[in-house]
Design a protein around this ligand. Structure first.
Ligand SMILES: *Cc1c(COP(=O)(O)O)cnc(C)c1O
Length: 243
C-alpha cells in the first residue's frame, strides 16, 4: 500500500478511536494504537512510522526480526533517533522466546507459566526488563490464551511472589470471536474487563492495568468496554496476502 494511503488510514482510525473514547467517557488519547504489520513489508511500517505511528505488533518472531532489523537499519541510516516499538502478539513457542525478548518491549501473548520462566531466563541474561500481557481465552472459536482461570492465577501468584524480576505484568489481552453479531463480541470484552477487576483484587501488588482488546472489525465495541490498547492491522495496511 502507498504511503499516503497508510497515512490516511491511520488518521481515519485515530479519529474513530477518539470518537469511541468520547462515547465511552474515556480521556482523549487514553487508548493506545498498536499497528499490526504482520504480512506487510518493511516499507509499510516505515510509512506508518513517518506518519507518526510508534507502536507496532507482529505475530511471528522470525518475520518480525527480519523486518524490524531492516526497518531499524533504514531509519538509523537516515539519522532517526527514535525507533519503532515492537510488541509480540502471536502465540509464542518456547524456542522463539530468546529472539522475541531481544527485539520487543512487550510480549502480549503469554499463555502459560513455562513461557514466563523462559522469558525471565532470557531477560535476565540480557539484563533487560520486559512487559507482558496475559492472553485470555474468552471466545469459543479461538484456541489461544489461558483457558482456565486457575492456571492464570498460578502464573500471577508466581509474579506476585517476585519469581520473575525482569518481567513487568502490565495487562490482559484477548481476541473476540470472529462473528457478525455484536453480542458475543461484547461479551468477550466484558469478560476480560471483569477478569482484570478480579486480578486487581487478588493481586494488588501487580501493575495489571491494560486491556489489549479490539481489532479492525471490533475496536469501537472494545473501547466502549474499557479497552486501553487496540491492535489494528487490516484497517491501516489493507488485506494481508497469506501466499
Ligand atoms: C492479526 C492480529 C490483529 C489485527 O487484526 P486485524 O483484523 O487485521 O485488525 C490483532 N491481534 C492479533 C493477536 C492478531 O493476530
Amino acid at each position: 500500500m502507498g504511503s499516503s494511503m497508510i497515512a490516511e488510514n491511520l488518521n481515519d482510525i485515530k479519529n474513530q478511536i477518539h470518537l469511541a473514547e468520547e462515547k465511552a467517557g474515556a480521556k482523549k488519547d487514553s487508548v493506545r494504537l498498536c499497528a499490526v504489520s504482520k504480512f506487510h513489508p518493511a516499507q509499510d511500517v516505515i510509512d506508518a512510522f513517518e506518519a507518526g505511528q510508534i507502536l507496532f505488533g507482529e505475530n511471528r518472531v522470525q518475520e518480525a526480526n527480519e523486518k524490524f532489523t531492516e526497518i531499524n537499519t533504514t531509519l538509523s541510516g537516515r539519522g532517526e533517533k527514535s525507533l519503532p516499538e515492537l510488541h509480540i502478539i502471536g502465540t509464542l513457542q518456547s524456542n522463539k522466546v530468546k529472539k522475541a525478548v531481544a527485539i520487543s518491549s512487550c510480549i502480549q501473548s503469554v499463555d502459560r507459566i513455562e513461557l514466563l520462566e523462559e522469558i525471565e531466563k532470557h531477560c535476565s541474561s540480557l539484563g533487560k526488563q520486559i512487559s507482558v500481557f496475559f492472553e485470555i481465552h474468552t471466545a469459543e472459536d479461538s484456541k489461544s490464551g489461558y483457558q482456565d482461570e486457575t492456571e492464570l492465577f498460578k502464573s500471577l501468584e508466581r509474579c506476585a511472589k517476585g519469581d520473575f524480576p525482569h518481567i513487568i505484568p502490565q495487562g490482559l489481552m484477548t481476541m473476540a470471536p470472529f462473528v457478525e453479531e455484536e453480542a458475543p463480541i461484547r461479551k468477550s470484552f466484558i469478560t476480560l474487563r471483569k477478569l482484570r477487576e478480579t486480578v486487581n483484587e487478588k493481586y494488588p501488588s501487580l501493575p495489571i492495568k491494560e486491556l489489549s482488546m479490539g481489532m479492525s472489525g471490533d475496536f469501537k465495541i472494545a473501547i466502549e468496554e474499557g479497552s486501553t490498547m487496540v491492535r489494528i492491522g487490516t484497517a491501516i495496511f489493507g488485506k494481508r496476502d497469506y501466499q
